[in-house]
Design a binder for this molecule. Structure first.
Ligand code: CA
Length: 374
C-alpha cells in the first residue's frame, strides 16, 4: 500500500470507528430511555419451558449439550428462564419434536434439521449436504453468509425459530459387516442414514433407514439393518457399534459438518424480552462451539482405541465409490430443487457460498494440510 492509499484507508477507518462510537452512544442512550420509560425490558417474569430432544436422556455430548444449554440459559437469565429437558420418548417420541415445538407442546426442541425432511425438504440443507461444507464453512454460511435468514424464512410458517447449537465436524462413513470395494457392494444394503445421504444410498441400490440414535445399535445387532453411520469415533465407540460391525469406513462423505439444531416456538420466543432472546441465542452459540470442541478433542484417542483394543478394521472408501456417490448426490439435490422452490432458493445460496469458500480453502487450509502431511 503506498502512503497516499494508506492515509486514505486510515482516514476511512477513523471515520468508521467514530461511527461505531456514535452508534454505541445512541444504543446506550436508547437502552437508558427504555429503562426509564419501559421497565418491562428487564422483566422479572419467570418462564418455565420444556425442551424435547431427539436423543436418549443425558446422551453423551448431544443430550448433555441440551442439558448444558438449559443450564446456561437459566444461569445467564438469573433463573428467569427455567427449562426442563426431556430425552426422546420421555414426553414425545424422539422424531416428533418439530410438530411438538411448532404447536407449543414444548417451547424448545434439540436435534438436527434433516430429521424434518418430511415437513419441508429444504430443512436438510441446514443439517448436512453430501460433499457439502465442513463445520467452519457451515458456521460461516449460517452466521455470516445469509444462511440464518433463509433458515428463519423456511421455519417461520411453522411458527419456529431455528438456530445452530452444535456441529459434529467431518463424520465417519459408517459401520459395515462387509467390505465396500465397488459401488455394487451397496446393492441391497439396508443402512441407517438420515437426510440427503440416505437418498444417495437409495440411488446406489441400497435402502436408507431413518432411525433415532437410541434404536440403531439394537437394529444393527438384530440384522434389521446391515450397516449404519452415526457420527465419529468418539461417539460411535460410546454407541458400541464395534460390537456389531467389523469394518469402519471413512470419510463421512454424506455428513462433512453436520449442524445440530435448536428450534424454539416462535410465539414463545417473541414473548421474551430482547435481553432474554439474546441470552437464548448466545447460549446456543456457546453450545455450538462446546459440542464441536468436545467431539474434536476426543475423536482420535477413540479411533486408536477402536483399532488397537477392539480390532476394528479401518477402511477408506475407494475413489471410484466416492466418485459415483458424488454423482448420485448431485442428482439427489437436482431432483429436490427442481420440484421445491424453497429448496432451490436455499440451495442456490448454499452452493454459491460453498464455491466461494471452497476457492479460499484451496489455497489456505488445503495447502496448509498438504504441507503438514508432507
Ligand atoms: Ca451421521
Amino acid at each position: 500500500m503506498n502512503s497516499l492509499k494508506r492515509r486514505s484507508f486510515l482516514r476511512k477507518a477513523t471515520t468508521a470507528a467514530a461511527g461505531v462510537a456514535a452508534g454505541t452512544a445512541a444504543f446506550t442512550s436508547c437502552a437508558r430511555s427504555d429503562e426509564q420509560g419501559a421497565p418491562s425490558v428487564r422483566s422479572t417474569r419467570t418462564y418455565k419451558w420444556k425442551m424435547v430432544t431427539t436423543w436418549p436422556p443425558h446422551f453423551p455430548v448431544l443430550g448433555v449439550g441440551a442439558d448444558h444449554l438449559a443450564a446456561w440459559i437459566e444461569e445467564m437469565s438469573e433463573g428467569r428462564i427455567q427449562i426442563q429437558v426431556y430425552g426422546g420418548g420421555e414426553l414425545i417420541p424422539p422424531l416428533e419434536g418439530f410438530d411438538a415445538v411448532s404447536q407449543g407442546v414444548a417451547e424448545m426442541g434439540h436435534g438436527a434439521a434433516y430429521y424434518w425432511a418430511g415437513k419441508a425438504p429444504a430443512t436438510q440443507f441446514f443439517a448436512a449436504v453430501p460433499f457439502g461444507m465442513n463445520a467452519q464453512q457451515m458456521n460461516a454460511w449460517i452466521y455470516a453468509g445469509g444462511g440464518q435468514a433463509l433458515w428463519d424464512e423456511l421455519y417461520a410458517p411453522f411458527n419456529l425459530v431455528p438456530m445452530p447449537v452444535g456441529n459434529t465436524g467431518v463424520q465417519m462413513g459408517g459401520w459395515f459387516n462387509r467390505e465396500i470395494n465397488s459401488i455394487d457392494d451397496l446393492q441391497g444394503l439396508k443402512m441407517r442414514m438420515p437426510g440427503l445421504g440416505g437418498k444417495v444410498i437409495a440411488k446406489a441400490g441400497g435402502s436408507a433407514i431413518l432411525s433415532a440414535g437410541g434404536e440403531i445399535y439394537t437394529n444393527l445387532e438384530r440384522g434389521v439393518i446391515d450397516a449404519t453411520e452415526w457420527i465419529g469415533p468418539y461417539h460411535d465407540q460410546l454407541m458400541g457399534f464395534h460390537k456389531a460391525a467389523k469394518y469402519y469406513y471413512y470419510p463421512g462423505w454424506h455428513e462433512p459438518g453436520t449442524v445440530l439444531e435448536l428450534i424454539v416456538n416462535k410465539s414463545a420466543f417473541e414473548s421474551l424480552t430482547p435481553d432474554l432472546q439474546a441470552i437464548v441465542r448466545t447460549a446456543a452459540a456457546r453450545s455450538n462451539l462446546w459440542m464441536a470442541s468436545e467431539l474434536e478433542s476426543q475423536n482420535n484417542a477413540a479411533l486408536k482405541e477402536l483399532v488397537a483394543q477392539h480390532n476394528v478394521q479401518l477402511r477408506a472408501f475407494p475413489d471410484e465409490v466416492l466418485d459415483r456417490l458424488r454423482g448420485y448426490a448431485d442428482e439427489v439435490v437436482d431432483e429436490i430443487v427442481s420440484v421445491d422452490p424453497m429448496s432451490k432458493k436455499v440451495f442456490s445460496s448454499f452452493d454459491a457460498f460453498r464455491k466461494d469458500v471452497g476457492e479460499w480453502a484451496n489455497l489456505s487450509e488445503k495447502m496448509y494440510y498438504a504441507k503438514l502431511s508432507s
